[in-house]
Design a protein around this ligand. Structure first.
Ligand SMILES: *Cc1c(COP(=O)(O)O)cnc(C)c1O
Length: 227
C-alpha cells in the first residue's frame, strides 16, 4: 500500500463512520501526523490531496514547513510545548492542539504576528486522569478555558485528548464521550467551540462515534516511525 492508497482508504473509513454514527458528511477532518517522517513522504501525501499535517517536534517541523512553503497547507502543532518555543510556534503554525497551561496560551497570544489570523488552539485534557500524562485535568478545564477566551490573538476552538490506550471499541468510545461532554459543558457556559481533536490510527472510529471533528493519523498513513 502506498501513502496515497492509505489516505484514500482512511478517508473512505471516515466517510463511512460519519454515516454509521449519524455524523454530518465531511464533518471530520483528517490530520496527517508526520513526525519523524521525511519530507518526501509528506510530498506523497500532498500529491494525494492531503492538506493538514500534524507535527510534534518544533525544529523538525520548521524544516518541513520551510521546504513545503509553496503548497497551501495547514500545520498543526500537537506536541509538548516548552515556554521558550512558543514564538516559533505562534509564527509558523495554523493550529496548536496541545495547550494545557495559561502561561503558554498567554505567550502564544502575545507572540502571534499581527499580519496572521488568530491562532487556532485546542486545550489538551488529561481525560484518562493519568498521573504522568500532560493535559489539564477536567476539574480545572473550565477555569482555564475562561481565562484563555479573552486572548484576542488566539481562537479557542475546542478540546484534544490522548487517552490511555485500549483495544476495546466501547472503552475507547466511552473515554472520548467524556471529552465530548466536557466540550458541551464549556459550550453551556458560553464558550463557542466547534472542534474535538480526538482519535488516532487505532481508535479513530470510536472517536468519530463520540463526536470527533479532527482525527490525527500517523502510522495509518505513513507506516511505522523512525526512532
Ligand atoms: C503521534 C501522534 C499521533 C498519531 O498516532 P498514530 O497512532 O501513529 O496514528 C496522534 N496524536 C498525537 C498527539 C501524536 O503524538
Amino acid at each position: 500500500m502506498t501513502i496515497a492508497d492509505n489516505i484514500r482508504q482512511i478517508l473512505q473509513d471516515i466517510r463511512q463512520a460519519e454515516t454509521q454514527f449519524d455524523r454530518a458528511q465531511n464533518s471530520v477532518r483528517l490530520i496527517a501526523v508526520s513526525k519523524t517522517q521525511p519530507v518526501e513522504k509528506l510530498k506523497e501525501a500532498i500529491q494525494a490531496g492531503q492538506k493538514d499535517f500534524g507535527e510534534n517536534y518544533l525544529q523538525e517541523a520548521l524544516g518541513k514547513i520551510s521546504e513545503l512553503r509553496r503548497y497551501p497547507l495547514e500545520w498543526h502543532f500537537i506536541g509538548a510545548i516548552q515556554a521558550n518555543k512558543t514564538r516559533e510556534i505562534a509564527e509558523n503554525f495554523n493550529w496548536v492542539h496541545s495547550v494545557s497551561r495559561f502561561q503558554i496560551a498567554e505567550r502564544l497570544h502575545r507572540q502571534r504576528p499581527g499580519d496572521l489570523p488568530p491562532l487556532n488552539i485546542c486545550l489538551q485534557v488529561n481525560i484518562s486522569e493519568e498521573e504522568s500524562k500532560s493535559g489539564v485535568n477536567l476539574a480545572e478545564l473550565l477555569a482555564l478555558a475562561l481565562a484563555i477566551q479573552p486572548l484576542g490573538r488566539l481562537r479557542l476552538r475546542g478540546l484534544m485528548a490522548i487517552p490511555a490506550p485500549s483495544k476495546n471499541f466501547d472503552e475507547q468510545r466511552t473515554v472520548y464521550e467524556k471529552l465530548a461532554q466536557a466540550q458541551q459543558l464549556l459550550i453551556s457556559k458560553g464558550l463557542s467551540l466547534d472542534t474535538l481533536s480526538m482519535g488516532m490510527t487505532d481508535d479513530k472510529m470510536a472517536a468519530i462515534a463520540a463526536g470527533s471533528t479532527m482525527v490525527r493519523v500517523g502510522t495509518g498513513i505513513f507506516g511505522s516511525r523512525q526512532a
